[in-house]
Design a protein around this ligand. Structure first.
Ligand SMILES: Nc1nc2c(ncn2[C@@H]2O[C@H](COP(=O)(O)OP(=O)(O)OP(=O)(O)O)[C@@H](O)[C@H]2O)c(=O)[nH]1
Ligand SMILES: [Zn+2]
Length: 207
């Protein structure tokens, strides 16, 4: 496989992100099928290792993406109040069991006094970069917050993630419906109860 620089959007074109060795995934998936007592050569399974390799390339594309790849549009506007994008749909993979966890992310920030802001879609792209990796929800939440702090140098950031973990529903403790809520607050949202409460009210739809 030739090495190349992975660009955002490459997975949509069916290209493998750098660092993801699809033939190796295929071999491993064939081994797993054998190990569970299946016949990897039967009709329904014969293409499965290749399909899983393609799916993993997409699911884990974030491993080779950096925040600066997506937080490209940074501009100055005369806006120093909170910007909040809520209900950003999120699909990630639990790093303990390699099964999905999914839900929504809410991302807010208060621009600095220069009014430095980014495109709204970039907040959702940032969530995707960190979701498309083997993850734990807490790390995903704080990575989004820290990346925004670093790139926009805002007065504050709040990130709230609500998700259901399939490792807790389809197996193990089996508690469907249990939702995990994590938050990361930085700057003004950490320092001021009032600012944090205002954001939480907006996120929870109390306003
Ligand atoms: N903190 C945190 N824990 C997670 C996350 N995703 C999965 N887990 C937990 O990771 C733990 C792994 O526990 P182990 O005891 O090592 O694994 P296990 O025997 O499969 O555990 P059970 O799921 O309880 O059957 C479980 O309690 C999961 O619920 C996450 O995003 N954050
Ligand atoms: Zn898990």
């Amino acid at each position: 496989m030739t090495e190349y620089e992975y660009r955002v959007g490459d997975t949509d074109a069916g290209l493998a992100p750098a660092g993801i060795d699809q033939p190796r995934i295929e071999k491993a998936v064939r081994e797993i099928l054998l190990a569970i007592g299946e016949d990897p050569d039967r009709d329904g399974l014969v293409e499965t290792p290749a399909r899983v390799a393609r799916a993993f390339a997409e699911q884990f594309a974030g491993l080779s993406q950096r925040p600066e790849d997506v937080l490209t549009t940074v501009f100055e506007a005369n806006h120093e109040e909170m910007v909040l994008v809520k209900d950003i749909e999120l699909y990630s993979t639990c790093e303990h069991h390699l099964v999905p966890f999914y839900g929504a992310a809410h991302v807010g920030y208060i621009p600095n006094t220069d009014g430095r802001i980014t495109g709204l879609s970039k907040l959702a792209r940032l969530v995707d970069i960190y979701a498309r990796r083997p993850q734990v929800q807490e790390r995903l939440t704080s990575q989004v917050a820290d990346a925004l702090m670093e790139r926009l140098e805002p007065r504050g950031v709040i990130v709230v993630v609500e998700a259901e973990h399939l490792c807790m529903t389809m197996r193990g403790v089996r508690k469907p419906g249990a939702k995990t809520v994590t938050s990361a607050v930085r700057g003004a949202f950490r320092e001021s109860y009032k600012t944090r409460a205002e954001a939480m009210d907006l996120i929870l739809g109390r306003r």
